[in-house]
Ligand binder design. Structure first.
Ligand code: UDP
Length: 238
């Protein structure tokens, strides 16, 4: 077996990636497929950390627009990411992958409190690590949490899994003239408002030289090919 191209990666999945064909919640079959991908990656020797969003359950900004206090809404959103993390942990462990959930909000009876030291130890011991509750702060997103954690744990690559093949000049699902960018800079993504991640997340990656690969999570074999060093999706670098 060829050695993996990376030693440690962080995979960011949106909450929507867990929904499958539904319009909310978790599709167990999709969860099992994604967990199987993680298991296969780890079997090649890559250390895998995950950040999972919560948009399939709750987004703070949504109810804030209808009068809910934004901070309360974001706290509910962060708890939604804990639910997704627990569901992924359960699925991974049923597939034989020991997994830790580390939460930015302390909920000691449910999962472990986040610390960078603990995260790195767990990864080095061969566990999958899921970072839950985003950054632990309102007004942030799980994309920003993914950037932050990837930098903290010294990941070599942040993989942002999406429903499209990478970064385009416009939404390829609605605009047939959208141009695909195989490689782009952080500043281009910021300047042109390209759908990579939110600006806070991109700036963090730019300032700490964290490469970001945007790829289609539904494309079979894309993740293993990427981890073998193939040029999959779009690469965002300096
Ligand atoms: N959230 C937050 N702080 C964070 C991360 C997330 O307040 O650091 C809340 C916010 O309300 C957000 C929700 O959690 O809308 C779910 O996260 P996100 O929208 O990033 O999930 P995704 O779109 O990736 O499914």
């Amino acid at each position: 077996m060829t050695a993996p191209a990376y030693r440690r990666i962080l995979l960011k999945l949106s909450g929507e990636a867990l929904m499958g064909a539904g319009d909310h919640g978790i599709d167990p079959e999709v969860l099992e497929r994604l967990a199987g991908d993680v298991r296969d990656l780890m079997a090649t020797g890559v250390q895998v950390a995950l950040v999972i969003g919560g948009g399939n359950i709750f987004r703070g900004a949504g109810l804030a627009a209808r009068g809910m206090n934004r901070v309360t809404g974001d706290q509910i959103g962060m708890l939604a990411t804990v639910m997704n993390a627990l569901a992924m942990q359960d699925t991974l462990e049923r597939l034989g992958v020991p997994t830790s959930v580390l939460s930015a909000l302390p909920i000691g009876q449910v999962c472990v409190d986040y610390s960078r030291r603990r995260a790195v130890q767990e990864l080095e011991q061969g566990r999958a690590v899921i970072f839950a509750a985003g950054t632990g702060n309102p007004f942030f997103t799980t994309d920003s949490a993914a950037s932050l954690r990837a930098i903290e744990i010294g990941a070599e690559l942040l993989i942002k899994a999406t429903k499209v093949d990478g970064v385009y000049s416009a939404d390829p699902l609605t605009d047939p003239n959208a141009i695909f960018y195989p490689r782009l800079s952080y500043d281009q993504a910021l300047r042109e408002g390209l759908g990579v991640m939110d600006a806070t997340a991109i700036v963090l990656c730019r300032d700490h030289a964290m490469p970001v690969r945007v790829m289609n999570i539904n494309e079979p074999d894309a993740l293993p090919r990427l981890l073998r060093g193939a040029d999959v999706g779009s690469l965002v670098v300096s």
